[in-house]
Design a protein around this ligand. Structure first.
Ligand code: CMX
Length: 442
């Protein structure tokens, strides 16, 4: 059965479940909302649906019900590879099923047919100043390709129909997923490798071809596979995934939605944290420990100085997680095998011991443990990707796996346009009883 046939079957079943919930149980309460949630970034309010991934505060992410160790173990791998095919993760997120080797090959072939980057995208990127941040180039490249959107064409032709709208969305999702690694590698080679490009190799899988286009030998193909798989999704509520979902809810296509999401991913509190971690560690090694691995005391002092200057410790803390991020642990395991003697990895490991007790002692940090970003930069650096402002682009390629799968399902289930209600400060004070207290004092 093809991917599209499989999806059609699953969408049919899922539509019945959603319709029943809405029709028969639409009034059932799922949450209550407090003032601190309204003012504080809607933290924890249950107000979105996704079956692609679920983030448990204690356990971490589950992709379609599978933990990270399960995903890395169960997805098919090519002979000799340490990490599974990225295409397998995309198949899993789209369908909810662990693919067979044949399913993966079919999807890989489909993506290969779609990966050519339009020439006008290259021309546009080349016309932009070279000191433009790579995330700006990446987002611009994505939105520029909007003219390719099959959904936009279908809508424009007056074909919109709730039952079929997912089909051109799937086409867009496959097109964009195929092109993102090529776009990322193009930006990298244009900006940091003196305009020298390595053509895509049609015989390679997505991760292998990305390493090839970046010009980095093995085991970087496995690094790419691991990186993209681990960053694929983190539930719908994170800034990048939520942005894409929100924009798509206006019936905007995948290109508009995903380029908007990249603006959110580029923020220091979200995807930019991976570049901040490395910058921060290198500043420490350069200015505080004479280029060497610092002692534990030097490290503690640096952490305290960072906090005293009002900055956060990059790579630590999380809005939902309350334990060490399993994405951190998976990368740490890889680093323990491959980067044992890397001095920056030594600092990353030491931070794992030093930072949590210091953050806990502040009494306000809800999660003192490392997140995915605390570990990912050092691995890239080790394999020669030393331009750390590029790391968020890598995150953006991986995050597309989950977000694009979500957008296909959003369209399939006909989710409504998002429109939460805002209130005024006066109203909050009224509900808090503050106005009455003031009147009593008068
Ligand atoms: N260092 C110092 N202080 C921190 C902190 C950290 N790493 N993490 C949280 N805090 C502080 C917050 O700034 C907040 O302080 P104020 O009350 O003075 O404003 C307090 O602890 C409570 O915050 P929280 O509820 O624990 O965390 P939030 O949900 O508000 O924020 C996050 C989550 C990730 C933005 C925050 O932990 C942070 O800034 N971490 C560092 C940046 C980072 O690593 N981001 C990447 C996250 C992963 C991702 O999305 O990609």
């Amino acid at each position: 059965m093809s991917l599209k046939e499989k999806l059609a079957e699953k969408i049919e079943q899922q539509r019945l479940r959603t319709a029943k919930l809405l029709k028969e149980y639409g009034d059932v309460k799922v949450d209550e909302v407090t003032i601190s949630q309204v003012v504080g970034g809607m933290r924890g309010i249950k107000s979105m649906v996704t079956d692609i991934s679920y983030l448990d505060p204690e356990e971490g992410i589950r992709f379609r019900g599978y933990t990270i160790p399960e995903v890395l173990e169960k997805l098919p791998k090519m002979p000799g590879a340490e990490m599974p095919y990225v295409e397998g993760q995309f198949y899993l997120l789209l369908t909810g099923e662990i693919p067979t080797e044949e399913d993966v090959q079919e999807l890989a072939e489909e993506l290969k047919k779609r990966k050519a980057l339009p020439e006008y995208v290259k021309d546009m990127l080349r016309a932009m100043p070279r000191d433009t941040h790579p995330m700006t180039l990446f987002a611009a490249g994505i939105v520029a390709m909007q003219r390719e959107s099959k959904f936009a064409e279908y809508y424009e032709a007056g074909h919109f129909n709730k039952n079929t709208a997912w089909e051109p969305t799937l086409e867009d999702a496959l097109d964009l997923m195929a092109k993102l690694p090529v776009l990322g590698a193009y930006i990298y080679r244009m900006k940091y490798r003196g305009d020298t490009f390595i053509p895509s190799n049609p015989d390679l899988d997505l991760g292998g071809d990305f390493a090839n286009m970046m010009g980095i030998p093995k085991p970087y193909d496995d690094v790419a596979r691991m990186y993209f798989i681990l960053h694929a999704d983190h539930e719908s509520g994170n800034v990048s995934a939520h942005t894409a979902h929100l924009v798509a809810s206006a019936l905007s296509d995948v290109y508009y939605s995903y380029s908007a999401a990249m603006g959110g991913l580029a923020g220091p509190l979200h995807g930019l944290a991976n570049q901040e971690v490395l910058k921060w560690i290198q500043e420490l090694m350069k200015n505080k420990s004479g280029g060497k691995v610092p002692t534990k005391d030097e490290l503690k002092k640096f952490v305290e100085e960072t906090l005293a200057s009002g900055q956060v410790i990059p790579g630590y803390g999380h809005a939902v997680l309350r334990k060490t991020d399993p994405r951190y642990m998976a990368q740490r395991e890889f680093a323990l095998n491959h980067l044992k003697d890397d001095p920056i990895f030594a600092v990353v490991s030491m931070l794992f011991e030093v930072v949590p007790p210091i953050l806990s002692s502040l009494g306000k940090v809800k999660n003192p443990w490392p997140n995915v970003d605390a570990q990912s930069g050092v691995i890239q650096w080790h394999y020669g990707v030393v331009e750390y402002d590029f790391y968020t682009v890598l995150f953006g390629i991986g995050r597309a796996l989950g977000v694009l799968a979500n957008l296909v399902w959003d369209r399939a289930l006909g989710y409504a346009i998002e429109r939460p209600k805002s209130v005024t400060t006066d109203m909050l004070e009224e509900w808090a009883g503050i106005h009455k207290q003031v009147e009593t004092v008068r």
